[in-house]
Design a protein around this ligand. Structure first.
Ligand code: K7E
Ligand code: CUA
Length: 613
């Protein structure tokens, strides 16, 4: 209601501006499309966005949280990279989770699902560099778990793709290597000794805890992307690959020889059974690795034009669509036809003992979308939207008739694109965001490096219309968009009396020494730390366990120690631990780094380190 009133006021103001402009001459009149776009993206002060968009941060190792339609950056969630502002990677818990690595290459975020719908519980994201999958809790927006390095995979680009009830998060290796990790085989032994593995990561239905359930080993192709089957294709998952030539060098040339590579169709229900039968798997790197030639029915290769990138399953699960980045078409495959071809053994032959299904028997369309098709998303009206990297455009086409009905230019060189709830079984339509790799001239210059450009596009009408350009830092690959009311975020961590290392009142704070190990149980509350004088001996191992006992929304305290390389945040109701080795003697102030009250500046204390004699 309020929003409508504000909009009316805005329209009236614009009318007045237009009237005034009219008096001065017609050429100064604001274009109506611009007004419409401004109104469509304007979220008045005090109002909230309709959707959350979670965009991967690529090699920044982070996740960007953006409000739609305003395109406002709301939060950066550190995932694979330490973050000094929050203390992520500095406090003991998150430091352990990062395992000594200081970066990751975050590509594909995906929501947990229940019955094919986003359920707002977790966000999974892959690390393409170090074969890891992270899980972010959507109540706290904290990275809660990082699994990996996943044995036998390296460069888990084809992840993190979630099945309709979050039974599994799937990922597959982009680079093939001799397995297990840290095995040597010369590059000339590529075809025989290197393997491309697909991994099924199980997710505990209540806690979300991830485990490597099983893997399947294939010849050394490069798996690229993935999507899980749903509805009619439930129980299957699909992976694109390039380099079916199995070249080990000069891939730019060598891996672009064949006119068709493959989409791998994997039946995970059959794989689950094979993982219970020791004659079908071997233990490699501590994981059950299934040999697909010993488990008939587990996998089929579907030929796909040429070096495909994305594979996307339509909301009804009937079609899986390959984006042939070196071909001007997207290839559409019919899941029921795939089932018939499998039944009739309608194969072209096999590839390393796994059947290759006849292309003509499963392909139902080659949609001439344009140059450089990469990824496809869906709306609520039966349309698909494909990103065209080479052409810098988005093509809109109809599922079933395969007719291209609209195209819009984007600026420039789009990678992924995302529609509202576009990977669920019931996409919302409305909004599409084009995740463009280059912005060139679209923003104020900041030197030779330019931001990425995210463009918000209205897809509610017949024609797509561009609404907004928004800069993004390096380098979103994929993003997912969820209705804001599906998330219920935590306001304050609930007080738990028995929580390890927490204290809740000044009387209970203490400093406990055991040999050279010192535990400081401290509280933080506006506007002091208790204790605020801590004395230790040079060489002591000191653990600061800090509980922020505030019960108020947004009252965060920081804890920094000068010259000891420590800063972290402690949220209301939270306990965090940071460790130092007190190897430098002297007096070191500690203080609150997060502005919390009028006396924030007074929120300070001293760490005194007595020198060794
Ligand atoms: Cu950049 Cu999905 Cu890693 Cu395509 S990927 S663009
Ligand atoms: Cu506590 Cu500033």
């Amino acid at each position: 209601m309020f929003k409508k009133n504000v909009l009316m006021v805005l329209v009236m103001m614009l009318s007045v501006v237009l009237l005034l402009a009219g008096c001065k001459g017609k050429e100064e009149r604001v274009l109506p499309e611009t007004e419409a776009a401004a109104l469509a993206t304007y979220v008045p002060p005090g109002e909230l966005d309709e959707y959350y968009m979670f965009a991967s941060g690529g090699h920044s190792g982070q996740v960007y949280v953006v409000g739609i339609p305003s395109m406002r950056l709301i939060r950066i969630v550190p995932v694979f990279t330490p973050d000094v502002a929050t203390g992520y990677g500095i406090d003991e818990g998150t430091k352990k989770m990062l395992g000594g690595l200081i970066w990751g290459d975050a590509h594909h975020p995906n929501f947990s699902e229940t019955k094919g719908e986003y359920d707002g519980r977790w966000l999974f994201i892959n690390d393409n560099a170090n074969a890891r999958i992270a899980r972010i809790n959507l109540k706290t927006f904290y990275t809660e778990e990082i699994l990996g390095p996943i044995p036998n995979l390296i460069g888990t680009h084809a992840g993190a793709f979630v099945t309709p009830n979050t039974e599994y998060v799937f990922t597959a290796t982009r680079f093939s290597i001799p397995i297990p990790h840290y095995t040597y085989a010369s590059a000339e032994q590529y075809k025989d000794r290197y393997k491309a593995c697909v991994a099924a990561i199980s997710v505990h239905p209540q806690t979300g805890k991830m485990d490597v359930a099983w893997e399947v080993a294939f010849p050394p192709v490069d798996f690229d992307l993935s999507d899980a089957g749903k509805e009619v294709s439930y129980g299957w998952t699909f992976f694109t690959c390039y380099n079916s030539e199995m070249a080990h060098k000069d891939l730019e040339v060598e891996a672009s020889q064949k006119d068709r590579d493959f989409i791998l169709a994997l039946n995970w229900k059959v794989a689950e059974q094979a993982a219970k039968d020791p004659s079908k798997y071997s233990m490699i790197g501590g994981v059950k690795v299934i040999d697909p030639t010993k488990a008939p029915g587990i996998a089929y290769w579907v030929p796909c034009p040429k070096s495909p990138h994305g594979v996307d399953v339509s909301p009804d699960g009937k079609y899986f669509i390959g984006g042939g980045k070196l071909s001007p078409v997207v290839a559409v495959f019919d899941f029921e036809k795939l089932q018939k071809a499998i039944e009739a053994k309608d194969f072209e032959g096999d590839f390393s003992g796994v059947p290759v299904v006849r292309y003509e028997s499963v392909n139902v369309a080659e949609v001439p979308v344009g140059l450089g098709p990469l990824h496809t998303q869906f709306d609520d009206k039966g349309y698909a939207y494909t990103s065209l990297f080479v052409e810098s455009a988005v093509a809109k086409w109809k599922l079933g008739t395969w007719e291209v009905v609209d195209k819009i230019q984007v600026h420039y060189n789009i990678g992924h694109l995302v529609t509202a709830e576009g990977d669920s079984r019931s996409p919302d339509g409305k909004y599409l965001v084009a995740l463009n790799k280059l912005s060139k001239d679209r923003f104020l210059g900041v030197g030779p490096s330019h931001p990425e450009n995210h463009q918000l596009i209205d897809i509610s009408g017949e024609k797509m219309t561009l609404l907004y350009d928004s800069p993004s830092q390096p380098e979103p690959h994929y993003a997912v968009m969820i209705k804001a009311d599906k998330l219920s975020t935590l306001k304050v961590f609930p007080k738990e009396e028995g929580r390890p290392n927490s204290v809740w009142q000044a009387e209970d704070t203490k400093v406990v020494r055991q040999g050279a190990k010192v535990d400081v149980y401290m509280i933080a509350v506006r506007s002091h730390f208790t204790p605020d004088i801590v004395e230790v001996n040079q060489g002591d191992e000191v653990y600061f366990h800090i509980t922020n006992i505030e019960n108020d929304v947004d009252i965060t305290h920081g804890f920094a120690i000068c010259l000891y390389n420590v800063d972290m945040q402690v949220e209301p109701g939270e306990t965090r631990t940071v460790k130092i080795v007190a190897n430098k003697p002297g007096v070191f102030p500690f203080y609150c780094t997060n502005f919390c009250s009028a006396l924030h500046q007074e929120m300070q204390g001293y760490l005194l380190v007595k020198p060794k004699l």
